[in-house]
Design a protein. Sequence first.
Length: 170
Amino acid sequence: MQLLWLSLFGYVLLALESPLFEQMGIPLYTPDLAIPLLLIAARKLEDFSFLFYAAILGLFIDGMTPLQPLGLNMERVIIVAYAVRPLLTALPVRGFLGYVGVGIILSIFSDLVLLVLLKLLVAGPVQYGLIFERMIPYAILTGATVPLVEALANWIWARGRPTKDTMFHQ
């Protein structure tokens, strides 16, 4: 049930992200919502379910970015997912700044993985300078969204939990 809830939550956030930032006129600096969603899922799901969720999340991102090779974001998100749990166990993440710092580190790692995958998989011209140019502002923006997305997820999770008064409580 948690996997279904997280998948639906991730899909809705990703579906709202692209048009919202396009309307605001800043499409290059949209935060990578895969990072906070992976951090939330790392604490709620077991190992196999977590990697399956990373594949689902990458598939959603691939579906919403039509000009990239199919499967590129899925591979990137799965590779980043392999780094999330060791990073969370190695670093004591507490409070707002801890989550922002982990979000920044994972965003930079995600961009570096994207660079390597683009070099390996894309035969045509790629604007590597654009990726390097936006890496730090993009990482800071992504890091700042980690506590916000987590607070939203916790708020929705607390509201959606069944209580003993409901007929569907088991």
